[in-house]
Design a protein around this ligand. Structure first.
Ligand SMILES: *[C@@H]1O[C@H](CO)[C@@H](O)[C@H](O)[C@H]1NC(C)=O
Ligand SMILES: *[C@@H]1O[C@H](CO)[C@@H](O)[C@H](O)[C@H]1NC(C)=O
Ligand SMILES: *[C@@H]1O[C@H](CO)[C@@H](O)[C@H](O)[C@H]1NC(C)=O
Ligand SMILES: *[C@@H]1O[C@H](CO)[C@@H](O)[C@H](O)[C@H]1NC(C)=O
Ligand SMILES: *[C@@H]1O[C@H](CO)[C@@H](O)[C@H](O)[C@H]1NC(C)=O
Length: 739
């Protein structure tokens, strides 16, 4: 008789060999309320959700070391930040649904940092101000979807071969990519120059081109299961002029990679797996996708230190200085190009990723009160943090999303002005705070702002996770390039010295992964108070303190010990204690004299591939049912049998858009726009809408569809049917790198 042990040995000999990990992957929809709620990222209360361009997803990767029976989970999510509400929400659900296996200690949430998702997910009031409070539905959709993704991954854990890859996102991986700004560009180069010259001399650029990648292949079948990568760039190609939910450039890159392996949406709807590709954020605090740089309206380059433009009278204005991507004023095009470039680089690195990731899984989580943390730098100098405060440059925004509050340029000190008055009125900072934060010019002393509940966190989490030779540091904020490099070095050192990882191990600084508390610049960059420095909330030593914490964690991990108290979980207000300022749907009614699902503006009879087709249908508010894992709108093709219809695209797809509009008091229209792909097969098609209405105080299902139309390149209409949604900004530029 064969014993189990021997059987296992035979399996290993048969080629399940090399499977030092067991891996599970899973994906689920996390798209929140698709109308009216304010979006999160630009903190612009006029930027409200008007529909869906692409759905948002959670992508879970579970790595299990079967020998040690130790596991960790990486959840890549299309959202702005892993807030304390999301972290505690997910942990609570996993504790209930998969007890004993997953907790905050071995689960990390890695946000893509898209600014095109619904707001109201942070329990800290500063990050709720623009959305008029907390939004339960936004948070719930994310927690539900993340839980589903982890469960799906959990139930398909199997032996897998895990390798790692590393390569640049530049013209060597993306043929013809314009250099030096292929898919990213430092948006605060003058701050970067404040770092010591000897340190800068060690790096070829003020940004990192590197993309770190994990490749997961089923050990038995050899089928690719998934991939995960980190590349430092903001997912902010879309601007606050758009209200359509979108994963932005990283969302599009994920979509392209998954489609390339899983097949077109007509075979398998987008966002359903089985192959899953997560694109994560690195230390992108100062890295913008707006590769063309920032420009004034008159076509002149902005003043570089403060990012302002001057009018003819010499008056500075920050709202006039805007950054542009490769599409110029066409933000959809910029998003597509920057997404495509990240996908192409990832694909290139994936195809050549043959370095075994190594062995073992380990993790540490620690909570530290950053309002008063005293420490010593490695050279013995003392450092301390301060209760949080935001400067006037925080109010200026960045060139990726200037605030249009002209009083505030980046690194400018307003002498008078309403906002300063307002800020001081609520929060007069004591002299002690001023000196602790110097040279910051404090606008909001958030450290003292506790009503209705704290504006910013005091205690926050730090995470360190290791999969073989890849170390992921989850940080509660947006590290700049140089801040990330220094911290990565500090983390790696003890792990290499103790032989836990090899000298060429990689450390990824995962921004916004263990909470959100503003930006994190180096102490030298802090002296130059641009947006990033002005938003470094805990004083000049914020970065030194965070690095010290992570270095101590790395030392413990290197020694295989836990000798520090990991701290207590931050206490946050309950959902019921938080204010929710945005009202729920009151009622939906059909149009006067019509019914739900009636077509208001129908399609024409014939279109050619490459055309745009659009229709408007009487619908209802999308907040009645979020339709996660499903869709509001879709395109169907009549099969060759002439009887049955087959779905070819839905609102997960790049080419199909769903837009919602309130008409009168309680009626709504839904506009469906389909960019017919150039390679679209000829045939008969129809656009379909389905949703739920809150009618006479119950929720009813409604649906409607357009008439059938032909897609044929024999059509005599050589033009687009309808004009594009107006995302055209003031300028349209062609791509060419500038200094
Ligand atoms: C979404 O899909 C996941 C994974 O298949 C599934 O577990 C979950 O129940 C679905 N959720 C909804 C709301 O349909
Ligand atoms: C990449 O760009 C650099 C800098 O512009 C150029 O020198 C090099 O020839 C390019 N390489 C390729 C493969 O295009
Ligand atoms: C620059 O790199 C060298 C070689 O890796 C290293 O010894 C030195 O400490 C670095 N200097 C700074 C300022 O980081
Ligand atoms: C029309 O479509 C057919 C089939 O898709 C294709 O072979 C043909 O080249 C197209 N003709 C034109 C003029 O685009
Ligand atoms: C598009 O928007 C620009 C400014 O954002 C405006 O000047 C222009 O008139 C708009 N075009 C249309 C067709 O609405």
């Amino acid at each position: 008789m064969l014993s189990w042990r021997m059987l296992a040995k035979i399996f290993v000999l048969l080629g399940v060999a090399g499977a030092e990990y067991h891996v599970g992957v899973g994906i689920a929809d996390v798209t929140g309320p698709a109308a009216e709620v304010v979006m999160m990222g630009y903190a612009d209360q006029d930027q409200r959700v008007t529909g869906i361009h692409m759905r948002l997803h959670a992508r879970a990767f579970i790595f299990l070391d079967p020998e040690a029976n130790k596991r960790m989970v990486y959840v890549a999510v299309d959202t702005w930040a892993a807030t304390e509400s999301l972290i505690q929400g997910l942990e609570g659900r996993l504790l209930m649904e998969l007890p004993g296996l997953y907790s905050r200690h071995n689960v990390i949430i890695g946000p893509s940092h898209t600014h095109m998702g619904p707001a109201g997910t942070s329990p800290y009031y500063l990050y709720q101000v623009s959305s008029f409070g907390y939004v339960k539905q936004s948070t719930q959709a994310l927690v539900d979807g993340m839980t589903e993704a982890v469960k799906m991954a959990h139930y398909n854990i199997r032996p897998a071969k895990v390798t790692m890859g590393l390569g640049p996102v530049d013209n060597t991986t993306v043929p013809g990519c314009p250099m030096p700004y292929c898919a990213s560009r430092n948006r605060s180069p003058t701050s970067y120059l404040h770092n010591p010259e000897e340190e800068r001399a060690n790096y070829s650029s003020n940004m990192d081109y590197d993309m770190d990648l994990i490749k997961i292949v089923d050990a038995k079948t050899g089928e690719p299961m998934g991939t995960m990568n980190w590349f430092a760039v903001h997912a902010t190609s879309m601007k606050s002029s758009s209200g359509l939910i979108s994963g932005d450039n990283k969302g599009y890159a994920q979509y392209l990679f998954e489609k390339a392996i899983n097949g077109p949406s007509s075979v398998r709807p987008a966002g359903r797996g089985p192959f899953i590709a997560g694109f994560g954020a690195g230390a992108a605090g100062d890295i913008s996708p707006n590769t063309y740089g920032s420009w004034c309206q008159d076509g002149k380059s902005c003043e570089t230190a403060q990012s302002v433009c001057y009018d003819h009278r010499g008056k500075p204005s920050n709202g006039e200085c805007n950054a542009y991507g490769p599409g110029g004023g066409d933000i959809l095009h910029s998003t597509k190009v920057i997404g495509e470039r990240q996908y192409l680089a990832a694909r290139h690195i994936f195809d050549g990723a043959d370095r075994s990731i190594g062995r073992g899984v380990d993790y540490r989580t620690r909570y530290v009160d950053l309002t008063q943390y005293y420490f010593k730098y490695e050279d013995g100098r003392p450092g301390r943090t301060c209760p949080p405060a935001m400067s006037t440059t925080f109010a200026a925004g960045t060139t990726d999303g200037p605030s249009h509050v002209d009083e505030f340029g980046q690194n400018m000190t307003p002498t008078n002005g309403f906002l300063r008055f307002l800020g001081h009125l609520i929060t007069l900072p004591p002299a002690e705070a001023k000196s602790c934060h110097a040279p910051k010019d404090i606008l909001l002393y958030t450290g003292s702002m506790k009503a209705p509940y704290p504006y910013m966190p005091s205690r926050m989490a730090f995470q360190l996770l290791r999969i073989g030779d890849l170390i992921i540091a989850g940080v509660p904020g947006e590290f700049t390039t140089m801040a990330g490099r220094r911290t990565a070095k500090a983390i790696k050192k003890p792990l290499v010295e103790k032989g836990v990882v090899s000298p060429d191990a990689r450390v990824v600084i995962n921004n916004c992964a263990s909470g959100y508390a503003g930006y994190v610049t180096t102490i030298e960059e802090y002296q130059h108070q641009r947006y990033e420095g002005g938003s470094t909330a805990y004083g000049p030593h914020t970065h030194g303190a965070m690095t010290n914490i992570l270095r101590e964690m790395a030392e413990e991990m290197a020694e295989g010990k836990v000798y520090r108290w990991p701290g207590a979980v931050p206490k946050i207000p309950t959902q019921d204690q938080m204010m929710e300022g945005q009202t729920d749907v009151v009622a939906d009614d059909p149009p006067i004299g019509g019914k739900f699902g009636d077509v208001k503006t129908d399609v024409r009879g014939m279109y050619a591939p490459g055309h745009r087709v659009q229709a408007t249908i009487w619908g209802a508010h999308p907040r009645n049912n979020l339709r996660r894992n499903s869709s509001f709108v879709s395109v169907w093709r009549l099969k060759d049998d002439g009887k049955t219809w087959h779905m070819v695209a839905d609102d997960n797809d790049w080419e199909l858009r769903f837009e919602w509009k309130r008409v009168g008091i309680s009626a709504s229209t839904v506009t469906i726009t389909w960019e017919i792909p150039k390679d679209c097969p000829h045939g008969s098609y129809s656009l379909y809408y389905s949703g739920e209405a809150k009618h006479r105080s119950s929720i009813i299902k409604i649906e409607g569809h357009t008439r059938t139309f032909q897609v044929s390149n024999k059509t005599s209409y050589p033009y687009y049917d309808v004009p594009d949604v107006n995302m055209t900004e003031r300028m349209r530029r062609t791509e060419q790198p500038t200094s």
